[in-house]
Write a protein that binds this ligand. Structure first.
Ligand code: GLN
Length: 530
């Protein structure tokens, strides 16, 4: 089922293989028809992660990037929509020599072509392919078929890992293996026998259950990997290493084991487990409610970036969700912001909760609480400053108020036509762009560079016509895109506020556990300062 950690399991196996000197790449297969994740609601789908080359993809690509400490690209992400789009285009181009194009084998063949291309282009020793969804559901059948076909033609170079959940129902208090047995049977009916089972559960899997799984699932006992819930996802490669998963993988491929080096990672995990202090961070977002449950998935890269920077300072972050709609109804509730060491207003779309976010930003500005605005968060910081400092009453982003008298955030020129033609999919300003940093700014001190590249996902931008107003009233434009002259970073001077920074881009996508992002690092440093 979704959410049990297939992505982190995949990333962890990759991490261990890399630590042993192998070259690894990874592919995420999402069985939905959407060509990319860009058109989906984050509450339903989780965060939309953006790659350097501008693909709006699944958050698992983010996990792979963070664990493997390398960038992944367009080719590392496959959806049913992408596969069909290519096959249909090829058919239109007469690339099938006039024959009838059929779901099987042409769709699985296109999947296989994509997988092999990644292996070839990246010259990897291993390509890890995560097939999303649940065994037995209709959507991923064609991907399982592709997997089966690959095994048939290259039996020695394909291996299957099943990630399965073993529930421990409270009333019984015993770990149950039946769902996994059925999952294996279901896989068998697709012609696939798992070589390894990652047994996810609240607790470690004991010998008795390993034996049972081994007999009923036709998998050797040593190939059943116990994967209990962990305090931190970064512990998982170490847990897997103890269970010798990579030893088993290498022996099945008849490859010689190599020496491992996970020392830095081990150090990181020690820091995570023994923090010296805590840092309280509030996130003012809106994509975290699902019925009565609170989801973290929508802001996963932001959360991870906060963690990486906090770990750097041996601190444990305590993250709280701020419900900005509440502040709209009741301004007094804002007082609770005093309790936080730092506040982030992350990216977002649409008008729900906007005035509440603006109130949060005003409070941070006036009360000198470290503030980091990401994309929408930066745009709203400009709106707040325009209204309350520059005196432009009613200033707004045209995304929220198309008739505002002071459109301080406006639709980018190139975007107007696209929206008119209803071309929504994959048409935002996407991927990495250059940003020139002004000297003597907080950003310059953080990056220690005057030219950086960061990832974007937006349609709106700071309106050129108001740049002078902002600067005259004390806002610093600390980063500019050199080609289009777009505002990329805004700041308040350090003499006026300890840390007030907004970025049009999403720095969170480039943060890595062992290399925290410079701006997040600076934000946490200031949040920790008394
Ligand atoms: N909705 C805003 C825009 O399109 C901000 C997008 C974001 O926060 N990613 O520009």
């Amino acid at each position: 089922m979704s959410g049990i950690g297939k992505g982190v399991s995949t990333a962890s196996i990759g991490k261990i293989l890399e630590s042993r000197g192998f070259k690894v790449s990874a592919i995420k297969i999402d069985p939905y028809i959407n060509v990319d994740a860009g058109t989906m609601n984050p509450i339903e789908h989780g965060e939309v992660f953006v790659t350097e080359d501008g693909v709006e993809c699944d958050q698992d690509i983010g996990n792979y990037e963070r664990f493997l400490e390398k960038n992944l690209f367009d080719k590392n992400y496959i959806t049913t929509g992408r596969v069909y789009q290519t096959v249909i285009q090829k058919e239109r181009n007469l690339e099938y020599d006039g024959r009838c194009v059929e779901v099987v084998p042409d769709i699985p063949n296109e999947v296989i072509r994509r997988i092999k291309k990644v292996a070839k282009d990246t010259k990897s020793d291993f390509v890890l392919i995560e097939i999303g969804g649940t065994v037995g559901e209709y959507q991923n059948l064609l991907f399982l078929e592709a997997a089966r076909m690959m095994k048939l033609t290259q039996p020695k170079s394909v291996l299957f890992v099943l990630v399965s959940y073993l529930p421990v129902p409270k009333i019984i208090g015993e770990m149950k293996t039946k769902p996994t047995q059925y999952a294996v049977r279901s896989l068998n009916s697709s012609g696939i026998q798992p070589d390894i089972i990652v047994a996810r559960s609240e607790f470690p899997v004991d010998e008795k259950r390993k034996e049972k799984l081994s007999v009923f699932c036709n998998v050797k006992k040593q190939d059943i990997i116990s994967a209990p819930d962990a305090e931190s996802i970064y512990e998982i490669p170490l847990m897997f290493e103890k269970e010798n998963i990579v030893g088993r993988i290498l022996s099945k491929f008849e490859m010689r084991p190599r020496k491992r080096d996970l020392a830095e990672w081990q150090k990181l995990v020690n820091t995570i487990k023994h923090p010296k202090r805590t840092v309280k961070i509030g996130i003012a977002g809106k994509y975290f409610r699902s019925g009565k449950f609170t989801l973290m998935d929508s802001y996963i890269s932001v959360i991870e970036a906060i963690k990486h920077a906090s770990f750097f300072f041996k601190a444990k972050p305590e993250i709280t969700w701020l419900d900005t709609e509440e502040y709209e109804k009741n301004s007094r509730a804002l007082k609770e912001l005093e309790d936080f060491d730092g506040i982030i207003v992350p990216g977002g779309f649409g008008s729900r909760g906007i005035e509440g976010k603006i109130k949060v930003i005003k409070y941070c500005r006036e009360n000198k609480i470290p503030f980091l605005g990401l994309c929408l968060g930066m745009q709203l910081a400009v709106v707040e400053f325009s209204r309350n400092v520059c005196g432009l009453k009613g200033a707004h982003s045209v995304e929220i108020d198309p008739k505002t008298k002071y459109p301080v955030i406006d639709l980018m020129e190139e975007q107007k036509k696209k929206l008119k033609e209803k071309k929504y999919g994959g048409t935002m300003r996407l991927g990495a762009f250059d940003c020139k940093i002004a000297p003597k700014t907080i950003s310059f001190n953080a990056y220690k560079s005057n030219l950086i590249r960061e990832r974007h996902r937006h349609r709106f931008e700071v309106n050129d016509a108001f740049k002078n107003d902002l600067e005259r009233n004390g806002m610093i434009i600390a980063g500019i895109n050199p080609e289009l002259n777009l505002v990329e970073i805004i700041e308040l001077p350090e003499e006026k506020h300890p840390f007030f920074v907004g970025t049009q881009f999403h720095p969170e996508f480039k943060s890595r556990p062992l290399q925290p992002h410079p701006l997040f690092k600076e934000f946490i440093r200031k949040s920790l300062a008394d």
